[in-house]
Every structure is written in structure tokens, then in C-alpha cells.
Design a binder for this molecule. Structure first.
Ligand SMILES: [Fe+2]
Length: 190
């Protein structure tokens, strides 16, 4: 079947690939030798907020598809969850770190590079292994349904982790964040 630009754009797997591309742009921004420590902190804040949204929408809409449609889907989910925990540990660590002097900056850079390495592994595994398998099992309508679900979930997905908030009301944290943004506070990204 011929795929029109409309179909290519409104394809859930392409939507996730576009998110991945945005991460790669942020990595380049971080590695820019002209980036000041303050700019680097702001870029890391953007990366971690975008990661929180990306993780939430994938866990809700992509992981069930992987479970159902991929070879060894259950095992794959377990390894993805371990990878997610490593990434979330690194983002929590970065929130507590400073980069105000040379020594702190070295350690901050090293931790960001570990985070970038883990996100790049996530991207490679999804784009080279998981998405081609899913694409073989999904038709145009299913890909568009996935796109709609991902895009609408981005609206409420939280940009920060709230480990002390009970899981059942976690989705509300994203709604409160958006309300805060509409009052003129800072926005991000995906
Ligand atoms: Fe992803």
C-alpha cells in the first residue's frame, strides 16, 4: 500500500522515533563546547522532563503491544523495565548534583554521559529490534490509533517523578504541572 505523508506522520511508531530524534538534538546541545554550566543544567532539565513523558506514554501504550506482539514479549518488558530503572536512577542523581566548580562539572558531565549512553541504547533497541517487529504486526489503522493515544497521553504525562504520590493518582501530577504552566511558568518539550 502507498503511504501518504499523512499516514507517515500519524504513525505511532514514527511519533516515538521523532521523540528519539529530539533527544539526540538535546544531546548535541549538551555537548556543545560553548554551553555554559547554567545552560547545561537547563538542557539536562529538558532531557529529564522529556524522558519522564516518553517513559510514561511508552509504558502505557507501547509496552502492552510489545507484550502481545513481539517475540519473547514478557522477557523483553522485564529487560526494558530494568533499563528504565537505571535511567530513572541517573536522572534522580542528576537532580541532586551541582556543576558549579570544575570538579563538580567533571562528575556532572560523566553522569550525563552515562545517561546519554543508556538513552542511546534504549533508542537503538527500540528502533532496530522492537519497532520492526511491531510494524510487521500492525496495519495502518492500528498505527494511527497508537499515534492518537501517544499524543493525547503527552498532555497529562508528568514531567517529574513523584515517588511519594500514590500510583493511582500519579496521572493527576501531570495535569497539575500543565495547569502551573498555563499560569506562565516554564514549558517543555515533546
Ligand atoms: Fe523510546
Amino acid at each position: 500500500m502507498n503511504r501518504t505523508p499523512h499516514h507517515i506522520f500519524r504513525d505511532g511508531l514514527n511519533c516515538l522515533v521523532r521523540d528519539h530524534e529530539r533527544f539526540k538534538i538535546m544531546f548535541l546541545q549538551y555537548r556543545n563546547p560553548c554551553a555554559s554550566p547554567t545552560m547545561k543544567k537547563a538542557i539536562v532539565q529538558n532531557i529529564t522532563s522529556s524522558l519522564s513523558i516518553h517513559h510514561t506514554i511508552e509504558e502505557k501504550h507501547l509496552y502492552p503491544l510489545i507484550k502481545r506482539n513481539c517475540h519473547y514479549g514478557n522477557n523483553k518488558i522485564k529487560t526494558l523495565e530494568v533499563d528504565d530503572k537505571i535511567i530513572s536512577g541517573l536522572t534522580n542523581l542528576l537532580h541532586k548534583m551541582n556543576n558549579e566548580d570544575e570538579l563538580q562539572m567533571k562528575s556532572y558531565d560523566r553522569t550525563v554521559e552515562k545517561l546519554i549512553g543508556n538513552i542511546n541504547e534504549h533508542i537503538q533497541e527500540q528502533e532496530e529490534e522492537i519497532f520492526p517487529q511491531l510494524r510487521d504486526t500492525m496495519d495502518e489503522a492500528q498505527l494511527e490509533k497508537l499515534f492518537n493515544a501517544l499524543e493525547s497521553s503527552k498532555w497529562w504525562a508528568p514531567k517529574n517523578a513523584y515517588p511519594f504520590v500514590p500510583k493511582i493518582i500519579q496521572p493527576l501530577t501531570g495535569v497539575f504541572e500543565r495547569a502551573y504552566e498555563t499560569m506562565g511558568h516554564k514549558k517543555t518539550l515533546l
